[in-house]
Design a protein around this ligand. Structure first.
Ligand SMILES: Cc1cc2nc3c(=O)[nH]c(=O)nc-3n(C[C@H](O)[C@H](O)[C@H](O)COP(=O)(O)OP(=O)(O)OC[C@H]3O[C@@H](n4cnc5c(N)ncnc54)[C@H](O)[C@@H]3O)c2cc1C
Length: 127
């Protein structure tokens, strides 16, 4: 979705300039790439702990929770950058948006990931 949104923000002109020249659009791109990077680093950190044979339940749950919720925000913002075009069947964006929804459900819902994370924090304290 980011790979669609970035060039579109540079190409699409409104009021005589690329829409990406407006901070209302460019700041979305900044937030999107920051969140994508954060999800990558959480995933790599969890994978590193697994490779080291360290406990990694909390880190894996955090990576899955954050990446799948990030995906919802990023797909939504990408469609916003496309405006009405984002919902047209000529482009795959609306389909990606719908497909992204399942990521917060399968392989452990967001609620269950939060349960795993909070249990990992509280259990050692006897709570
Ligand atoms: C397209 C698709 C493909 C799938 N493929 C597979 C597959 O290949 N293999 C497989 O095994 N499964 C698969 N699933 C099943 C998927 O893993 C489950 O849908 C998922 O685990 C959630 O279970 P559920 O749908 O029964 O929801 P439920 O367990 O009924 O949960 C409903 C809601 O209640 C919340 N909830 C439930 N219990 C708690 C709790 N203790 N605390 C807080 N909230 C709670 C959930 O987070 C959710 O929001 C697939 C699902 C979909 C949609």
């Amino acid at each position: 979705m980011f790979d669609y949104a970035l060039p579109y923000a540079a190409e699409r002109k409104q009021f005589g300039k690329p829409i990406g020249a407006n901070q209302g659009v460019s700041f979305k791109l900044a937030d999107m790439i920051t969140e994508i990077d954060a999800a990558d680093y959480l995933t790599l950190a969890a994978a590193w702990r697994l490779d080291q044979k360290l406990p990694a339940n909390r880190e894996i749950a955090s990576a899955k929770l954050y990446a799948s919720e990030m995906l919802a925000r990023v797909t939504d913002e990408a469609i916003q950058i496309y405006g009405g075009m984002g919902l047209m069947d000529d482009l795959p964006l609306a389909r990606f948006w719908r497909d992204a929804r399942v990521e917060r459900i399968w392989d452990g819902t967001s609620e269950i990931q939060r349960h795993i994370i909070s249990r990992d924090l509280l259990r050692p304290l006897g709570a």
